[in-house]
Design a protein around this ligand. Structure first.
Ligand code: AMP
Ligand code: MG
Length: 419
C-alpha cells in the first residue's frame, strides 16, 4: 500500500467531521415538499406558500393613466420654442374619465391615476403651466409621453406574475388584490412536533431541585417555529427512560411531518435514545465541523422527517437556523430564499482555533463614520443563551480561520434574514 491515506466519507470516520456545507447539502436531500394544498382567501394566505403559479387575467394598470396632477395634451401641440395656448375642454378624475376626444389645441384637466383621454399622450404638470380662465399656456421643453403610466406596465394579461413556492408577504397580497383574485391555493401547513429530552429538565412553573435546570429549548424552538407559520405540537419534556422515549418518538412521528428533539445526541448520552431511533427509523448521527453544535441527528421515523438538535441552548438555535430551518422551508414547498452575507470589519479580536466553522454571535452597527462594523457579544460558550439575545447577527468564521484581530474583515449573517 502506498503511504497515501485511504479516502473515506468524513462521517464514517470515527474522528472525522462532516463539513458544514456538505451537511447542509445532505440535509436538504433527505427532505421533500409535503403534498396537500388548500384554497384560502388571500388575507388568510399571508405567510403561506403558493401552491400554483398566478397568471394575470387583466392588465395592471388597466388603462393608460396620469402619473401627475396636471393637463393631458397631445404631443403634437407641444411648442418647440414659444409659449403655446391650449383650451381646457374638460376634466378627467380618477374614477371619472373624460368622455370626449381631444382635438388639436385642446387640453383636459387631469388628476393622478385618471384615464388619459383619447387624443392625448402627454401630461404636463400643473406647476409647469400658467392657467388663465379656460386656457393654459405651456412653454417649450416638454417631452412626448411625459407623466403617462401605461396599460399593463406593471402586470400584463397572460403573464406569470407569481410562481409556486413563493412565500406570500404583504407585497404578494397587494398583487393578488390588484389582479382581483379573491382566493389562492397554498401548500397545506407543515405540522412539526417537538420535545426535549433530559432528566435534568424542568418546565416553567415547576420548582427546581438540586441538579435540575429549566428547559429553554422548547421555548426557543417554539419561537423559531412560530415565525415559520407551521402547526406546532409541543410534547413537553421526555425523561431519559427507554419506554417514554420510544412512545414519544412514535407519537410524534404519527402526528407530524417533522419531529424535532433537543438533547440526547452527544456522545455519552443514554444509549437507548440512539438505539430507539435506530429501531424506529433511519437516523444518522452526524458530527459536523461547526461550533456551536457539533453533534446532530438527521433522518426519518416512518413518514416523518427527524431532526435531533444538540441540547446546549445556543447550539440548538444555531443548528435550527443553519440546518433545520432550510429543510423545513423545503418541506413547506418554499422556493429557496436569498441569504444576506455581509463582509464587514470586525472591531474586536475573536478567538478561534482552526478546524471547525464557527457561528459566533455578533453585534452589527454603524461606526462614527457611518460604516457598517461588527463586534463580538463577548463570551461565546454554547450555554450562553444571552449571547443570542444581545446579538443581531452570526459572525461566520470559516473552518481554517485561526482567529481575528481587530480590523479584519469577517462575514456576517444578519438575524433579520433568518425568519
Ligand atoms: P445534551 O445534548 O443532552 O447532552 O445536553 C447538553 C447540554 O445542554 C447539557 O448541559 C444539558 O443540560 C443542556 N440542555 C439539554 N437540553 C436542554 C434544554 N431543553 N434546555 C436547556 N438546556 C438543555
Ligand atoms: Mg441530555
Amino acid at each position: 500500500m502506498s503511504d497515501k491515506k485511504v479516502k473515506q466519507n468524513c462521517d464514517s470516520m470515527s474522528t472525522g467531521l462532516l463539513s458544514v456545507d456538505e451537511a447542509k447539502k445532505r440535509i436538504l436531500e433527505t427532505v421533500a415538499p409535503v403534498s396537500g394544498q388548500e384554497k384560502l382567501s388571500i388575507r388568510a394566505a399571508l405567510n403561506r406558500v403558493l401552491a400554483d403559479d398566478v397568471l394575470s387575467t387583466i392588465n395592471v394598470p388597466p388603462y393608460d393613466n396620469s402619473a401627475m396632477d396636471g393637463y393631458a395634451v397631445s404631443s403634437e401641440d407641444l411648442p418647440d420654442n414659444n409659449e403655446r395656448q391650449l383650451q381646457v375642454v374638460g376634466e378627467s378624475f380618477a374614477g371619472s374619465p373624460y368622455g370626449g376626444q381631444l382635438c388639436s389645441g385642446q387640453a383636459v384637466r387631469i388628476m393622478t391615476g385618471a384615464m388619459i383621454p383619447a387624443g392625448a399622450d402627454t401630461v404636463i404638470m400643473q406647476e409647469q403651466v400658467r392657467r388663465e380662465d379656460d386656457n393654459i399656456f405651456i412653454g417649450p421643453g416638454h417631452k412626448k409621453n411625459a407623466n403617462v403610466r401605461y396599460i399593463g406596465e406593471d402586470m400584463r394579461i397572460g403573464q406569470t406574475i407569481l410562481t409556486r413556492g413563493k412565500l406570500i408577504t404583504p407585497a404578494e397580497l397587494g398583487i393578488l388584490a390588484s389582479l382581483g383574485i379573491p382566493e389562492v391555493k397554498v401548500m397545506r401547513k407543515l405540522r412539526v412536533a417537538f420535545f426535549s429530552t433530559g432528566d435534568e429538565l424542568r418546565s416553567v412553573g415547576e420548582p427546581l431541585d438540586e441538579g435540575q435546570i429549566y428547559d429553554s429549548n422548547r421555548y426557543t424552538l417554539y419561537g423559531m417555529l412560530q415565525r415559520l407559520h407551521v402547526d406546532i405540537v409541543d410534547m413537553g419534556v421526555i425523561a431519559d427512560r427507554r419506554d417514554d422515549v420510544r412512545e414519544a418518538f412514535k407519537t410524534a412521528a404519527d402526528i407530524a411531518d417533522a419531529v424535532i428533539t433537543s438533547g440526547g445526541v452527544s456522545v455519552g448520552e443514554a444509549d437507548y435514545v440512539k438505539e430507539t431511533l435506530e429501531q424506529l427509523g433511519k437516523v444518522t448521527f452526524w458530527r459536523v465541523a461547526m461550533k456551536p453544535g457539533k453533534p446532530m441527528a438527521i433522518g426519518s421515523i416512518d413518514k416523518a422527517a427527524f431532526f435531533g438538535v444538540p441540547g446546549n441552548p445556543v447550539s440548538a438555535m444555531a443548528v435550527f437556523y443553519q440546518f433545520v430551518q432550510p429543510a423545513l422551508k423545503k418541506m413547506m414547498g418554499m422556493q429557496t430564499s436569498f441569504t444576506t452575507i455581509l463582509k464587514v470589519p470586525c472591531m474586536t479580536a475573536l478567538k478561534k482555533a482552526p478546524g471547525r466553522l464557527e457561528y459566533q454571535r455578533g453585534i452589527l452597527d454603524y461606526d462614527e463614520n457611518g460604516e457598517l462594523v461588527v463586534k463580538t457579544t463577548g463570551v461565546q460558550g454554547s450555554h450562553i443563551l444571552t449571547s443570542m439575545s444581545q446579538a443581531n447577527c452570526f459572525i461566520i468564521l470559516p473552518a481554517e480561520n485561526d482567529g481575528v484581530i481587530a480590523g479584519d474583515v469577517v462575514e456576517v449573517q444578519p438575524f433579520t434574514d433568518l425568519v
